[in-house]
Ligand binder design. Sequence first.
Ligand code: NDP
Length: 281
Amino acid sequence: MTDKYAVIGNPIAHSKSPLIHRMFAEQTGEDISYEAVLAPLDGFSATVERLRKEGYKGCNVTVPFKFEAFKIADSYGFEVMDALESDQRADAVNTLTFLNGKIIGYNTDGIGLINDIQKNRSVELKSKRILLIGAGGAAAGVLHPLLEASQAPLVIYNRTLGNAEALQKNVTQHEKFRLISIRPVQFGGLDSEQFDVVINATSAGLTDSEIPLPPTIFASGALAYDMMYGRETPFMRFAREQRAQVADGLGMLVEQAAEAFYIWRDVRPDTAPVIAALRNR
Ligand code: NDP
């Protein structure tokens, strides 16, 4: 019997996840269906409940529901902090598995980003100075894996300082990150510092908004990575003008999907042909 999966978001019509998972299924011979589901902004948990009742095996979660997905999970496939006890929203989930009446939450964005940077683009993160722009669900999901890979000081740069501070506070609760300096900085607060890897994890590109960055921000040979895909953002344009290597988030999208597919099906798809097929479209 065909196992059913979906991606839930709002908006969702633009999502490439159904196409990616269909390509994975074709490549691996797994018998699955995968569709895009629009949830009302106040109806995420009701939508998850409906899918569970209809026999779905799991789902992906996208903007703006990743923090809510964290809250509704019964357990997690990754380390979490006591965020449930406080009002913090610093843990995010993008993959849910429905198993024996329980919901298990995972976040595959981080591994997706790391695989795209290290494996597909051959940029090693170890000891690299990283500037992470944004403090929403995407930034929260990639922060731990980035620190694990770099083991180096990192700056979280965000429009709203409080959100960057909440993320920093959450991460420094982890024993293993206690010795790494993680500094929240509000937009406009960077001076002459330079970074080897600058990651735009904001949704500013959706509205063509500029990120206020000093032109000297990129170290020689720096990677400027925008998690957005499908369009050249002002951040990408700016980075290109400063002669940084520029990457969009298409590879990350496919890599995070591959990790979700692996969690659900225990089969690892080959991502390279899927990334190439999407780029050709
Ligand atoms: P959220 O809504 O959770 O977070 C939005 C972030 O963007 C916040 O830090 C917010 O700042 C900032 N922001 C929003 N608008 C602006 C603006 N006009 N100028 C500056 N900063 C702004 O979204 P997500 O974190 O879930 O997603 C962020 C982006 O990452 C999206 O574009 C999404 O498509 C992309 N993404 C890509 C993935 C991929 O696989 N390639 C995976 C996951 C996400 P503030 O705190 O001040 O509100």
